[in-house]
Design a protein around this ligand. Structure first.
Ligand SMILES: *Cc1c(COP(=O)(O)O)cnc(C)c1O
Length: 464
């Protein structure tokens, strides 16, 4: 079923306090949530689409609507998230999309993997959150499972809700352990947007308006181990302490940038030489995405601290964490309350993460990612030969891939062409030169081929 969108007024309404209305509006959505999907009426669907748009304008941020509109280049009003399964997304009005964005890496196991959903539902009927006083079995068990899954002697962990919290925690741990305050990170790197991780990221647009951020952070080009060594060497000479070097194994947000093969082994060597912690931000690369369980597994490197997020919760519950060795973790033992969170690692999130690990291993998601990634790249190569003025380059590992275009303008045309052909990708107006292809690792070859057909159609439609 598809409904024609109505024209939507976007005037901003003043918002006075009205408790009765708050009660009514909350009840209406609760009733809708608890209605079986097949029985949601067309009238209700239209109501959701319209009020979502208005509520974004009035209560979230009008900027998002402008931004979406410019990306879509269609006359439809914004898509309204509603239903998903595997690699298919359906908006509230029934429009179906192929999901090649995978929630930026959130949906590695696909949307609503039945085993992950079942574990979370079962845990929901037992205990959704912790007492905060008793020992929580699922959290302890998950820490053991991840300790066994991670390389080398990584053994202890802390769970939180978002990727940025995992990075913040890793930074606190590095500062506590080393007694130093500086960090080295990379240009175009992404680590999250709370103030600590924001200090690390390598893009002026997000940092500059918020300066001063954390002191003693220096960004160097990604993939350049010599640059890291140079900063460590000069920091040592002038007495600036560097607590850690924070790097993504493969840069995600920057557009699936793969470093030279000797980069990670050299980072390990250099960090050992200067007695600085090596922190791998695996929030996007972890849990199978790049064709190995972790990104650092491509180079057999064991970092001192690893950060996880996104796919960790199986695409069902928000979940993140940071892990380190027994030796480093010892500094958190005298006062375990140095770093805490009320809801991080709650039973629902742990149930999701535990089920996600079983799914990842039972279905060998890393291998699936590796094989499907190679397949897509082989097809990109054919497309590149046919359309060299459009597809300048493609890169990435596993199913963290990107197409790169010669100009923003062409990239933007491809992004909107794919969008109008009902393929969701990570292509935006602000960073149009590359489009990320980051589907569920469970995506079928049939859907991959359909995506490739639509990419070819899009390329064919572009005049250069
Ligand atoms: C997405 C991401 C983060 C931030 O995660 P949030 O859950 O959005 O806070 C941090 N690091 C990397 C590498 C990411 O891709």
């Amino acid at each position: 079923m598809t409904l024609e969108p109505d024209t939507i007024p976007t005037t901003i309404q003043p918002c006075d306090r009205n408790v009765d209305l708050a009660r009514q509006e909350a009840q209406r959505m609760v009733d809708l949530i608890t209605t079986v999907e097949a029985e949601v009426s067309d009238e209700d669907r239209r109501w959701v689409a319209q009020t979502t748009y208005q509520n974004f304008a009035n209560h979230i941020n009008k900027g998002f609507l402008e931004y979406r509109k410019s990306v879509t280049e269609t006359n439809d009003f914004a898509l309204t998230d509603w239903y998903g399964e595997g690699s298919m997304l359906r908006d509230v009005l029934g429009r179906e999309y192929i999901d090649m964005l995978g929630g930026f890496g959130l949906y590695s196991a696909g949307i609503r993997h039945p085993k992950i959903v079942a574990a979370v539902k079962a845990q929901l009927d037992r205990s959704p959150q912790y007492s905060q006083e008793m020992l929580d079995p699922l959290r302890a068990h998950l820490a053991r499972v991840i300790a066994k899954l991670t390389p080398g002697d990584i053994q202890y962990g802390f769970f939180a809700n978002s990727g940025t919290e995992a990075v913040e925690g890793a930074m606190k741990l590095a500062k506590l352990y080393t007694g130093r305050k500086g960090f080295i990170s990379t240009l175009s790197g992404f680590h999250g947007k709370t103030l600590g991780s924001l200090s690390l990221i390598g893009k002026n647009v997000y940092r500059e308006p918020l300066l001063p951020l954390l002191e003693g952070v220096r960004q160097v080009p990604f993939g350049d181990a010599d640059a890291v060594e140079m900063v460590l060497k000069s920091a040592k000479m002038v007495g600036d302490g560097i607590a850690g070097v924070v790097v993504e194994p493969i840069q995600g947000e920057a557009g699936a940038v793969v470093p030279p093969n000797d980069y990670w082994p050299r980072l390990r060597e250099i960090c050992d030489k200067y007695d600085t912690l090596l922190i791998a931000d695996e929030v996007q690369t972890g849990f199978g995405r790049t064709g190995k369980i972790f990104g650092v597994d491509h180079w057999d490197v064991t970092p001192d601290i690893m950060c996880f997020g996104k796919a960790l919760g199986g695409g069902v519950v928000a979940m993140s964490g940071f892990f380190s060795t027994a030796k480093i973790w010892k500094c958190m033992e005298p006062n375990p309350f140095m770093h805490t969170t009320t809801t991080g690692g709650n039973p629902l999130a742990c149930a999701a993460a535990l089920a996600n690990v079983t799914v990842m291993l039972d279905e060998d998601l890393p291998r699936q990612a590796a094989e499907k990634g190679e397949y897509i790249k082989s097809k990109f190569k054919v497309l590149q030969e046919k359309y060299p003025q459009i597809l300048q380059e493609f890169r990435g590992k596993g199913l963290l891939l990107a197409m790169v275009f010669p100009t923003d303008e062409i990239g933007y045309k491809v992004a909107s062409g794919l969008f109008s052909r009902k393929v969701l990708t990570a292509g935006t107006l602000t960073n149009a030169r590359s489009i990320r292809i980051e589907p569920a690792l469970t995506v079928s070859y049939e859907i991959i081929d359909e995506m490739l057909t639509r990419v070819a159609d899009t390329f064919a439609s572009i005049d250069i």
